[in-house]
Design a protein around this ligand. Structure first.
Ligand code: ATP
Ligand code: DGY
Length: 529
């Protein structure tokens, strides 16, 4: 089943910045609309992970400008520097690298999302743009995050550059999320279209990014260490902005400079799990069979230094600070959220209920109130265990809520999954926001205002122009008042159409392309009325 994405006209976009920007940040939480605060906190998260500053922090040039230091390693520079890159944050990373190392740079090729240069120019983000006569060639492609002919041309130019290097050269590889779609080089006879279809099918059936990229690596010339091998014997330094939970270098952008530890059996298990093994194209079967009998095994990557230069940890820490400056007691719940959006929505609904009961104990006072509270807490812990979040700080966050009795902001980051059943238009952030809105409406929250925002830090939620959406506990009644049947929209994975129609699109979060990418940010605000 291919995922057909219907393009429905979005109702007039109420405003690209739905909230007022006039209020100074120092105003107390009680005086301003929660929605405006949510937008400010989300923006602060994105600002914290701008690619340029993170790249500058990772690199140091000696005073003579001849030695490049990365971590504890030094590399000799003598007009021997080459650069390649692929990912949603790579334009800004390349601009920063060019500014620092331009005099040594011989040649570069980067593959970045379609339209990103125009978007950065329009947003006045000069620091994200290359110099006018740059030695770095830019390819734009992979519209809607799917590999296409433009991205294929970029991948071939990157391979050609890498293959021409010698032992005297140093290759700087800039990697960020979205890199897999921007570096497609299928192993023949697999075609780009076949790879695209298989990737879409796996994503639509809810495959994790680890599973998806295991398959991508097996079918690619450059992923899973292939780029590092093409560049051998040059030295390779990869600077990686993580958009995967736990920062696994072999998964981010499918690890083009990391030896793949997976074998064909792993791929077959994954294809079986999602019911795709039987219908595989002959070309895919041929490539997997060839890999199975390849005596050389995985690519060796001893000449490579892989360095993570940033992740959502930075974004959430900054957002927490910003929320505190606005007068909230703020706590980060997790930086590693994963799992199905429906399960996660139930988690957030129960979390709001338990936190609200702690904020205003009187609303559930008495024997039956205590029982209800205990039952809510029990269910919340059970769900948390089911979600298997390694770094969940649930008790700490609830403890903070208990102490404050005032406005609270709970933050989390990660990348949940959606199982696509319909052909609507949406993204995992908008779908999660709808589901959480429905949950908040169901929970007994007493006199506590609640707002939930979910947004992709890259500014694009699925194949839509919105980054995500925000909802309050009144969502269901707002939808009903306009005759919008939430269940029908959800059944068709049509969250974007729903939000476009709801109150003239004013619940959508529009940031434009941000030029960075560290997964999604979730914010839950609770404020006693
Ligand atoms: N109609 C829809 N409703 C909900 N989710 C959708 C819909 N269409 C696509 N998606 C989900 O959007 C996800 C792709 O989103 P997006 O293009 O923002 O990728 P991403 O995961 O942020 O990419 P990367 O990590 O490569 O940058 C897929 O997981 C897919 O299941
Ligand atoms: O490009 C990819 O593979 C994903 O964004 C994960 O890094």
């Amino acid at each position: 089943m291919a995922v057909a994405l219907q393009v429905l006209p979005c109702a007039v976009r109420a405003s690209s910045r739905p909230f007022s920007w006039r209020a100074p940040a120092a105003r107390l939480a009680s005086g301003m609309a929660l929605a405006e605060h949510a937008r400010q906190v989300f923006d602060s998260a994105v600002r914290a992970v701008q690619p340029g500053p993170m790249l500058h922090r990772a690199l140091a040039l000696d005073p003579g400008g001849q030695q490049l230091k990365v971590r504890d390693r030094s590399f000799q520079l003598k007009q021997n520097l080459y650069l390649v890159g692929f990912g949603k944050a790579v334009l800004g990373m390349a601009a920063a690298a060019e500014e620092l190392l331009g005099q040594h740079l011989v040649q570069g090729v980067i593959s970045v999302p379609k339209g990103i240069r125009a978007a950065m120019e329009q947003a006045g983000k000069q620091e994200m743009l290359l110099k006018p006569h740059s030695h770095i060639q830019v390819f734009e492609g992979a519209e809607d995050n799917l590999p296409d002919r433009d991205a294929l041309r970029a991948a071939l130019a990157i391979r050609q550059l890498a293959e021409g290097l010698t032992a005297h050269d140093l290759l700087l590889v800039l990697i960020s999320g979205g890199g897999s779609a921007l570096l497609p080089a299928p192993i023949p006879p697999v075609t780009l279209e076949e790879k695209q279809t298989l990737t879409k099918l796996l994503a639509a059936r809810g495959a994790t990014i680890q599973e998806l990229n295991t398959i991508r690596k097996a079918l690619s010339q450059l992923k899973g260490g292939g780029l590092a091998q093409a560049a051998y014997p040059a030295q390779v330094v990869s600077l990686i902005l993580s958009d995967v939970v736990g920062d696994p270098v072999e998964v981010i952008a499918s690890g083009p400079t990391v030896a793949s530890a997976h074998n064909v059996q792993d791929c077959l298990h994954i294809l079986n799990r999602y019911g795709l093994r039987a219908a595989l194209p002959r070309s895919v079967k041929t490539v997997l069979a060839r890999a199975d009998s390849d005596p050389r095994g995985p690519h060796a990557c001893g000449h490579v230094l892989n360095v993570i230069i940033g992740s959502n940890v930075l974004a959430l820490a900054e957002a927490q600070k910003h929320a505190e400056a606005l007068g909230y007691r703020a706590a980060v719940l997790s930086t590693s959220l994963q799992g199905d959006v429906r399960l996660l929505a139930r988690f957030y609904g129960l979390l709001a209920r338990v936190a609200a009961a702690r904020l205003i104990p009187s609303t559930t006072a008495g024997a039956s109130g205590d029982d209800e509270e205990e039952e809510g807490e029990g269910r919340l812990h059970k769900l948390a265990a089911e979600l298997q979040l390694p770094d969940l700080q649930l008790e700490e966050a609830l403890g903070a809520v208990m102490e404050t009795r005032g406005p609270v902001c709970l933050l989390a980051g990660g990348e949940p999954t959606v199982q696509l059943q319909g052909s609507g238009r949406g993204g995992r952030n908008q779908e999660l926001a709808m589901l959480v809105g429905a949950e908040l409406g169901r929970q007994p929250l007493g006199p506590v205002e609640a707002l939930f925002l979910s947004g992709g830090t890259d500014g694009r939620d699925g194949p839509t122009e919105a980054a995500g959406a925000w909802v309050m506990r009144e969502l269901c009644s707002q939808a009903a008042a306009q005759g919008l049947d939430m269940a029908t929209f959800l059944a068709h994975n049509d969250s974007h159409t729903f939000f476009c129609r709801l109150q003239g699109g004013s619940h959508l979060l529009y940031t434009g392309m941000t030029g960075t990418n560290v997964m999604d940010v979730h914010l839950l605000f609770l404020r006693p009325q």
